[in-house]
Design a protein around this ligand. Structure first.
Ligand SMILES: [Zn+2]
Length: 98
């Protein structure tokens, strides 16, 4: 049974305009804290700020408290983008295969 709200961590992307660096692997909830302050190998900026980490942990806490989804509930997916300030932009994705 799945939760009403499930969060998965994707690749980390450098927030510096024009850098474009992105990891080629996804972090996990167990390893993400180790990424705070990790320097971008391309430009040296932090790949994960403490502010974004705090937002991630708040969202993770909400997902853990969300309860189980009904068996035939409609599924909506989306992305959460952050830019180092702790602000999160949530964009839902609708369509087949979601
Ligand atoms: Zn960078």
């Amino acid at each position: 049974m799945s939760k009403k709200l499930e969060l998965h961590i994707g690749e980390l992307r450098c927030d510096v305009p024009g850098c474009g660096y992105q990891t080629d692997y996804a972090e996990t909830w167990e390893t993400i804290a180790d990424c705070i302050g990790r320097p971008c190998p391309k430009c040296g900026a932090s790949l994960l700020t403490a502010e974004d980490y705090a937002t991630m942990m708040m969202l993770y806490g909400v997902s853990m408290c969300s309860g189980d989804a009904p068996e035939h509930a409609e599924r909506v997916t989306g992305t959460i983008e952050m830019n180092g300030t702790g602000e999160a932009v949530i964009t839902p994705t609708f369509g087949p295969g979601q």
